[in-house]
Design a protein around this ligand. Structure first.
Ligand code: TLP
Length: 350
């Protein structure tokens, strides 16, 4: 009996470290990071800062921790952050900024392209001299935008938000969990995409395929504050160079191949858009995330997830009638075609 093919499209977080990463982990030079003495972590932090065009970097356990230490380093208790209604920080980080930092989220609509309208941001900014209000402190953006189907924010848009933020004395944090996908899609250096933000977080453990870890980058002063917050959260890394070693391989060798994930996502989107009952505009897919809807009257998203699981394919429901499929290392064009054939089979046969 031939083995059933497995195609896991739930997330790019499911990627496994490459043989080169495992080798680098095995050979990593280590020390105690809480004394600042893990040479591999120090190297990764410098490399990350250099790629982002910032003064310093900080290695943390996850994207969630990267965002949290950033927000804690920017804000005091009672301060307000302005962010999109479907921002990852708002939807999927267990309310950590409020729970841990006493930070008040002020959510405004995300446009389908992941942006926040400048007028909406400006309207959300509080008058600084009115004691009734929390103090507006920070604008949070996300690039690529997860819930907006991997949408890419352009350097020109970032510049506009910077100009607005400067008028009101606000800082900007970018949740750049997938900022390398954005950079590859736009064919620009990541530093060009983040030059107008005060802090950026990005993940090694998504499309870049490292096993664990994220970075925060910003000014040296900001990173010193973030390092203290990381310590407070119990995130000191000790001999974490075993993980950082894989991160260095990720940054040095895994960025350019993200273009393959984008091509496969486009292939998947074009195929899905041709199937009955699926609502999707493939032109909206510019990176590795495909979000689509089941039309009214078509099977429920949960039924499609189950039907595909039986055929060896995993994807995730989002909300309402939505579903998400993510391409990544290990997903080839043939896997996409296999998933499309299975979806067609399910939609025809049930
Ligand atoms: N996103 C995960 C899930 O949490 C939904 C995924 O599968 O996409 N920012 C953004 C934009 C993210 O997409 C994620 C992870 C994070 C932050 C958090 O990263 P981790 O999972 O490392 O805490």
């Amino acid at each position: 009996m031939s083995e059933i093919r497995k195609v896991d499209l739930r997330s790019d977080t499911v990627t496994l470290p490459t043989p080169a990463m495992r080798q680098a982990m095995f050979e990593a030079e280590l020390g105690d990071d809480v004394y600042g003495e893990d040479p591999t972590i120090n190297r990764l932090e410098m490399l990350a800062a250099e790629r982002m065009g910032k003064e310093a970097g900080l290695f943390v356990a996850s994207g969630t921790m990267a965002n949290l230490v950033s927000l804690l380093a920017h804000c005091q208790r009672g301060d307000e952050i302005i962010l999109g209604r479907v921002a990852h920080i708002f939807l999927f980080e267990a309310g950590s900024s409020a729970a841990v930092g006493g930070i008040h989220p002020h959510i405004i609509p995300n446009q389908p392209d992941g942006t926040l309208k400048l007028i909406d941001i400006e309207t959300a900014i509080r008058a600084a001299d009115n004691e009734h209000y929390p103090q507006s402190r920070l604008i949070c953006l996300e690039n690529t935008h997860n819930r907006c189907g991997g949408a890419v924010l352009s350097p020109a848009y970032m510049r506009e938000v910077r100009t607005l933020a400067d008028r009101y004395g606000l800082a900007i944090h970018l949740d750049g969990a997938r900022v390398f996908n954005a950079a590859v899609a736009l064919a620009v250096a990541p530093s060009d995409l983040v030059q107008d933000v005060d802090s950026v977080s990005f993940c090694l453990s998504k499309g870049l395929a490292a096993p664990v870890g994220s970075l925060v980058c910003g000014s040296s002063k900001f990173i010193n504050r973030a390092r203290r917050q990381r310590k407070m959260l119990g995130g000191g890394m000790r001999q974490g160079g075993v993980l950082a070693a894989a991160g260095i391989v990720a940054l040095e060798t895994m960025v350019d191949r993200l273009a393959e994930d984008h091509a496969n996502a486009r292939r998947l989107a074009e195929g899905l858009a041709r199937l009955p009952g699926i609502v999707l505009d493939p032109a909206q897919v510019s990176t590795n995330i495909v979000i689509f809807q089941m039309a009214p009257g078509a099977p429920e998203p949960g039924a499609l997830v189950k039907g595909l699981a039986k055929r060896g394919i995993k994807l995730s429901p989002t909300s309402g009638r939505g579903l998400r499929a993510v391409t990544h290392l290990g997903i080839e064009a043939e896997d996409v075609d296999f998933a499309l054939a299975a979806a067609q089979d399910f939609l025809q046969a049930g």
